[in-house]
Design a protein around this ligand. Structure first.
Ligand SMILES: CC(C)(COP(=O)(O)OP(=O)(O)OC[C@H]1O[C@@H](n2cnc3c(N)ncnc32)[C@H](O)[C@@H]1OP(=O)(O)O)[C@@H](O)C(=O)NCCC(=O)NCCS
Length: 188
């Protein structure tokens, strides 16, 4: 399925937000948060460069396939009354066969503490379960990423695993939680 071309799936409008594919004009807005060290702190990678932001947006400009393992649906999040992008949510199809998807979120710290990440993630999860036929959504996050832990818990996701020293974050051993929710749990 090519999500961006599926009439009616995106944009998604929530109470305060609009979720839509990134456009070429969003590069500076995306770099404004993806380029920050504090935003990348628990992402096991360096902050993105402006060129990296631009390339990722350009690669998706023609639409987003979401049918094979590894396909990514990346949505920009904005407020309907303002220009620009305040963050993003992402859904990666990790197993088409088992209908498993990984969800993620990154927001501009200037817009933190207002529930935007939770609201956008909730809308994306609803799309995944109700429109895309996903069976299970999971998130993996560093145990020190307390803001992200709280997003998972506000969404009603279950902590399924605590992986210990399972990755290297520079010279720090990283430990991660796995949170998940099933379609029937979400829709009950
Ligand atoms: C993870 C991240 C998106 C969380 O952002 P956040 O602003 O804490 O999350 P939300 O937008 O859902 O806001 C929730 C907060 O707003 C508050 N809030 C205020 N108004 C609210 C409203 N109308 N509705 C809901 N919550 C509201 C909540 O009480 C909550 O505060 P608390 O965390 O102190 O309890 C952000 O920290 C981030 O981008 N981090 C860097 C990237 C990252 O690590 N991503 C995760 C990778 S796994």
């Amino acid at each position: 399925m090519t999500i961006a071309s599926q009439h009616g799936l995106v944009p998604i409008t929530t109470e305060r937000l609009v979720l839509r594919p990134f456009a070429l004009g969003d590069v500076d807005n995306r770099y404004a948060y993806q380029g920050l060290p504090e935003v990348a702190r628990y992402l096991y990678r360096q902050p993105l460069t402006r060129e990296g932001c631009a390339e990722a947006i350009a690669a998706r400009a023609g639409g987003t396939a979401w049918q094979a393992d590894g396909d990514v649906l990346l949505l920009a999040v904005g407020r309907p009354d303002e220009p620009g992008v305040i963050g993003e949510v992402v859904l990666t199809l990790t197993s088409a066969h088992a209908r498993q998807a990984e969800i993620g979120w990154v927001f501009n710290p200037r817009c933190a503490g207002r529930g935007y990440a939770t609201e956008a993630a909730r809308a994306l999860a609803s799309l995944a379960f109700e429109q895309l036929g996903v069976h299970r959504i999971f998130a993996r996050l560093d145990v020190l990423n307390t803001a992200s832990v709280r997003v998972c818990e506000r969404l009603g996701m279950r902590r399924e695993a605590h992986l210990v020293d399972n990755d290297l974050d520079g010279d720090r051993w990283g430990s991660e939680y796995v949170y998940a929710v099933l379609a029937h749990e979400w829709m009950d």
